[in-house]
Design a protein around this ligand. Sequence first.
Ligand code: IPD
Ligand code: CA
Ligand code: CA
Length: 260
Amino acid sequence: MSNTIIELTEFIKQLAHEAGLKLLELYKTQNPSEGKLRTSPKDMKLVEDKTIDQWLIERIKNKYPEHDILTEESGFLTGKNAKNILWIIDPIDGSVNFSTHNPFFAISLAIQINGALSIGVIEAPLLGEQFVAIKGEGAFVNNKHIHVSSINKLADAYIVSCDGGSKDRAKILNTLIKPFYNQVKDFKKLGSAALECAWVAAGRADAYITMQIDPWDVAAGVLLVQEAGGQVTTLKHEPWEVKQLDLLCSNGLLHEQILK
Ligand code: IPD
Ligand code: CA
Ligand code: CA
């Protein structure tokens, strides 16, 4: 590993850990009645989204003013001297879960260097889990190697899914759920795209499928699945990019069957 990657990995892991502790503090004091801010079944903006966002940006800018940053809450922030290093951040993935006291929420942090995903960290503070992926070095949960499952028949598969950015619920039902529901062992929604990727990487689910998902939701998760031995493509079999895309993350063995 290069010195740059070693230093960045140490920093991002510590940053995610501290952000997780901060988020836990906010979790203890937040009011579940924030639910009234719901604008759709999965769309909720919380003050905590902004608080963690600003905290992360300040920490990264202090240490690496030259890096670019893309976050769900603040959009694209250009670094002082472009170094072609981009942070892709979702300060809270699973805000609805967070606000309803469901523990499946996470902070998702990824770093792209020269256009290639290099490090991804998903911190799930209430689950006590930190998922880390480093390009070419593997995927880990709490410093232990993880690997995708070896399930090779759809009939045995657990599929996780989220709606992604699409607001067309009929289309979501027809594209993501109906074709699979009768064919798989079970179909689950965790309510956090980042954790759904992490579940595939850790072999807790066999595939994750979604539509028009934003890059901050899945950037860390994409690298995690790849480094855990899985496969990631769009539903048209194209490589993932930093934009809103339909996405399939799988253990590799089920990929073609699902795309069919
Ligand atoms: C959402 C979650 C959810 C997914 C949505 C995302 P947020 O992220 O990942 O599972 O269905 O598409 O926007 O809003 O909680 O950061
Ligand atoms: Ca998200
Ligand atoms: Ca978010």
